[in-house]
Design a protein around this ligand. Structure first.
Ligand SMILES: Nc1ncnc2c1ncn2[C@@H]1O[C@H](COP(=O)(O)OP(=O)(O)OP(=O)(O)O)[C@@H](O)[C@H]1O
Length: 253
């Protein structure tokens, strides 16, 4: 088994001649929490969408767990355990928190969406759903309508519905975006917990979060990899400092 669970070679995405991601060679170590950072417009989201197969690359390859997944569909890579959080924007607001996780579990097991017809069947998923809610600190909210949850708790619910898919590797897109300090701390603890026994790749703007969570960081700027290493190394890199200072992103620093 290779040390690397996800690797890209020459990954490139052009939009009508504009190169948003350029020749990126990414190596994500198995079992690590890997951060993808960079100033506004650096290509993080595009890169993320390429890795999760929401975008098809113009050139280059993506290998996951020894397989070439470059031309696979998002659902196929999800079945291989490479799961993007928040891809199930199906946090159904009018269902309870528990019901949301049950639906995700049912989906994972290939069930139909006729969940309202089969209350008995769904009860089987209850135990596992409650475990997942416990994992993300939402047990007390099990009976609440998902739509009524505060924002930070909704993100925790999204992580629970992602965990229902039994990911080997989780891809998180700005898990702390738009959160209060208190919610940020809670999500950091949660990501650390759910990362145990898994690999996590996250795009994150909040550098404090990156510093606290990530074992390894790739810095993108203008679509290219500018630096790679642990936080101490990349944050001292003069080119990285210049890229951040040169951007309109002091809020990210
Ligand atoms: N569908 C698209 N069509 C054309 N240009 C695009 C498209 N998507 C992204 N871009 C361009 O590619 C570049 C990289 O964008 P991307 O959203 O990946 O950056 P980012 O690092 O995620 O930025 P931010 O931190 O602001 O979210 C930007 O210049 C953006 O305008």
């Amino acid at each position: 088994m290779s040390d690397c669970i996800l690797e890209t070679e020459g990954l490139t995405k052009e939009f009508r001649g504009f190169v948003a991601v350029s020749d990126v060679a990414l190596r994500v170590r198995r079992g690590s929490i890997h951060g993808l950072i960079g100033p506004n417009g650096a290509g993080k989201t595009t890169c993320f969408n390429l890795l999760t197969k929401f975008l098809q690359p113009t050139r280059g390859t993506i290998r996951y767990d020894g397989r070439d997944i470059t031309s696979m569909k998002p659902a196929e890579v999800a079945r291989l355990g490479l799961v993007r959080s928040f891809q199930i924007s199906a946090v159904f607001p009018h269902l309870t928190v528990l019901e949301n996780v049950r639906v995700a579990l049912q989906r994972e097991r290939g069930g139909s969406y006729d969940f309202w017809r089969s209350e008995t069947l769904l009860r089987r998923y209850d135990a596992r759903a409650r475990e997942l809610l416990e994992d993300v600190g939402l047990s007390a909210y099990a009976g609440a309508l998902a739509g009524s949850l505060p924002y930070g708790r909704k993100r925790a619910l999204e992580i629970a519905t992602t965990l229902a898919l039994e990911p080997v590797m989780m891809l998180l897109d700005e898990p702390t975006a738009g959160m209060t300090h208190e919610d940020v701390d809670r999500i950091v603890t949660l990501v650390r917990r759910v990362a145990q026994g898994r690999t996590v790749l996250m795009v994150e703007h909040n550098l404090k979060v990156v510093e606290g969570l990530c074992d390894r960081i790739t810095v993108l700027t203008r679509g290219k990899v500018l630096a790679e290493g642990d936080y101490a190394t990349v944050s001292r890199n003069p080119e990285v400092v210049a890229a951040y200072l040169g951007s309109d992103a002091p809020a990210h620093a």
